[in-house]
Ligand binder design. Structure first.
Ligand code: PHE
Length: 473
């Protein structure tokens, strides 16, 4: 069986879009976007996020898809090929004297980061399962849902979190073990319509609330004085997280694309739909929150404040259930994408069957999930500057490792892929605009994205120094 056949290809043209959007749209949009936006002061941060999604996220997304499509490999093997060259797409054998830097490490770094993010993600998805069940059974048994108590039970019970994370991982494993077409593609095409309908119903309801104008002002009126030295890195990290870039997911998805797919158009569709859905999530959540002063601005924002508010609406039970089902479908779709990209690496590197590779990866993710799952119980005393282990993990993974991996991949693609191959993927002969866009894309990959990411790190570093200086440590 050829490598391509063993790895699989999308069954239909929509297969890629469904999977890429299913993986891009997840807890990042519904759970993380609202609290990061609150932490960074609202409108100005949203503007920064949208700007970075289009100017930095989109070009990097196209670059990762290109690496996958040209190499037909996942990120670990693809980055090894960048050094080895194949005489066709990769520059090592190209006549031009190109960069001698080895980029083999970036693939391993990205794939490992993907495994860690999968583990962290499984724990938060387990939370969603917990609140979904609490909401449902709470209403069934006593006619209401006690948000505070549900959160307390979860926080104090690390084993419960481990159990929930493993149930979630198991569901993702079952889908991924079936293969690209039968598993991920089929699952997403069934879940996506349900998800979209629920989201539209919820947003319509939210926008009909009296608090909607305040929420819109918070979300769209930019007050730049609210930004902090960390906001730039937070916005970039969140763009990479929500678009699923930096950790090889899009390299894997690109490797399943058929020859005819025009990468810039595919990248544009995925980026614009994902960004729109984030803004939709904001429209859903902020009108509800504007009626309350959240007790906890952080990872718990959504679970503590929102369900209580939802159940106070007319037909609150139905809206609450719709919300949690939406959230869980999003979490599962994204986890399937994360798992698929690690499994594809294992498949490329070993001779294992898909089923074995999937279970092996699931086992490793389970082990890594134990630490975040115990963060609010056994490890609750681990704190840096008032931030708990979960906050620290979130920051290290999403605001640290992810931008670094995205930076490495952008430079690897720009310096090692053969210019002629990149141009052929990018430029569509019928459109002069794509030729101009290609030049801009090269500029962003080589200069604009690396400089922006470095600047964001510098600013955040300055922010840390300033915090310590002012707190007198
Ligand atoms: N994009 C997903 C979200 O927003 C998370 C994710 C990251 C999924 C990386 C796959 C790869 O929730």
């Amino acid at each position: 069986m050829s490598a391509g056949r063993k790895r699989g290809l999308w069954g239909t043209r929509f297969g890629f879009y469904l999977a890429a959007i299913g993986s891009a749209f997840g807890l990042g949009n519904l759970w993380r976007f609202p609290y990061v936006t609150v932490e960074n002061g609202g409108g100005a941060f949203v503007l920064l996020y949208v700007l970075f999604a289009i100017c930095i996220g989109l070009p990097l997304l196209i670059g990762e898809l290109m690496l996958g499509k040209l190499s037909r490999k996942s990120v670990v093997q693809a980055s090894l090929s960048l050094d080895e060259g194949d005489g066709k797409s990769f520059a090592s054998l190209a006549p031009l004297p190109r960069s001698k830097t080895s980029w083999a490490w970036i693939g391993r770094f990205s794939a490992f980061a993907c495994l860690l993010i999968l583990a962290y993600y499984a724990v938060i998805s387990g939370w969603v399962l917990h609140f979904l069940m609490q909401f449902f059974f709470g209403h069934l048994m006593s006619g209401s849902y006690d948000a505070e108590n549900s959160l307390r039970v979860l926080r104090e019970n690390g084993w419960l979190q481990i159990l929930l994370a493993s149930v979630h991982l198991l569901l993702s494993l079952i889908v991924v073990a079936k293969g690209v077409q039968e598993g991920m593609e089929k699952w997403v095409s069934n879940a996506m319509p349900v998800f979209v309908v629920l989201l539209i119903v919820l947003v319509t309801k939210s926008l009909s609330l009296q608090t909607a104008p305040d929420a819109l002002r918070f979300l769209f009126y930019p007050d730049f004085t609210k930004l902090t030295p960390f906001s730039m890195l937070h916005a970039l990290g969140h763009v990479f997280f929500t678009l699923s870039i930096g950790i090889g997911t899009m390299v894997t998805f690109g490797s399943y694309l058929n020859e005819q797919t025009h990468l810039p158009s595919a990248g544009f569709r995925v980026t614009s739909i994902d960004t729109l859905i984030s803004l939709f999530a904001g429209l859903l959540i902020f009108p509800l929150l504007a009626g309350a002063t959240p007790k906890n601005v952080g990872p718990e924002l959504l679970f503590q404040t929102l369900p209580g508010l939802l159940q106070s609406l007319d037909n609150g039970f139905l809206f609450g259930m719709a919300f949690f089902i939406c959230l869980y479908l999003a979490a599962l779709g994204a986890s399937i994408g994360l798992l698929e990209s690690v499994v594809a690496n294992v498949l490329d590197m070993t001779g294992l069957s898909r089923a074995k590779a999937t279970w092996l990866t699931g086992g490793a993710a389970f082990l890594f999930a134990i630490i975040p799952a115990l963060s609010t119980s056994s490890f609750r005393r681990v704190k840096i500057h008032g931030y708990g282990l979960l906050d620290i993990l979130d920051t290290v993974l999403i605001n640290g490792i992810l931008p670094l991996a995205a930076l490495g991949l952008a430079l690897a693609v720009a310096s090692k892929l053969k210019p002629a191959s990149m141009e052929a993927e990018f430029v569509n002969d019928d459109s002069i605009a794509t030729r101009k866009m290609y030049k801009h894309w090269c500029f962003v990959m080589r200069w604009a994205a690396p400089t922006t990411i470095m600047l964001a790190f510098l600013l955040a570093g300055w922010g840390i120094v300033r915090t310590f200086l002012f707190s007198g440590i």
